[in-house]
Design a protein around this ligand. Sequence first.
Ligand SMILES: Cc1cc2nc3c(=O)[nH]c(=O)nc-3n(C[C@H](O)[C@H](O)[C@H](O)COP(=O)(O)O)c2cc1C
Length: 184
Amino acid sequence: MSASLNIALIIGSLRKESINRKFAEYMVSQMLESVSIKEVYIADLPLYNQDYDDTTIDSYERVRQQLKGADAVLIVTPEHNRTMPAALKNVIDIGSRPYKENVWTAKRVAVVTASPSTYGARDSGLDVRKSMQMLSAQMMISPEVYLGNATDSLDDAGEVSERTQKFLQRFVDEFVVFAGQTSE
Ligand SMILES: Cc1cc2nc3c(=O)[nH]c(=O)nc-3n(C[C@H](O)[C@H](O)[C@H](O)COP(=O)(O)O)c2cc1C
């Protein structure tokens, strides 16, 4: 059966042992078989520079096409110094340009954040929402998920605890419905 929904996944952390990647992998594992999820690889993207708007950069084209073709984008990210990590902001900027070719327009986007600290990288999530509003994306408003004390939600094997699995299930279910909604 071919997938009826295409989801692009962006993980805001470049770290091998990222806790955000663990939560993202868990959420992906809970999505229906009819959902195709492809990660948008962001680690190799040169820092956005407006001078590049008139040239072709293969990695920029790759992510722009991937984002354009997705029914929805799921961003799972930590927080760096009270905002989103630079690598995540970079792919958001790359997708937003050249001027008038903004791939985020009307794109369905949801964000989940996680951090070992109490606030769960909430400021990072709120800043993603702020950028997406400016870019005319359709942000999933609720449920909001900011996973605080997130290392406590993983066991020694790196598996998501049962309690957090239950907590994430509502988000996963609602995200799949949100991703499948048409704009008409
Ligand atoms: C440069 C840098 C800045 C950070 N700033 C914050 C911060 O503002 N708030 C926070 O909760 N954690 C902050 N942290 C800690 C991260 O939340 C922690 O490293 C987390 O595990 C990163 O997510 P990851 O495991 O998915 O890579 C920072 C970490 C780094 C490396």
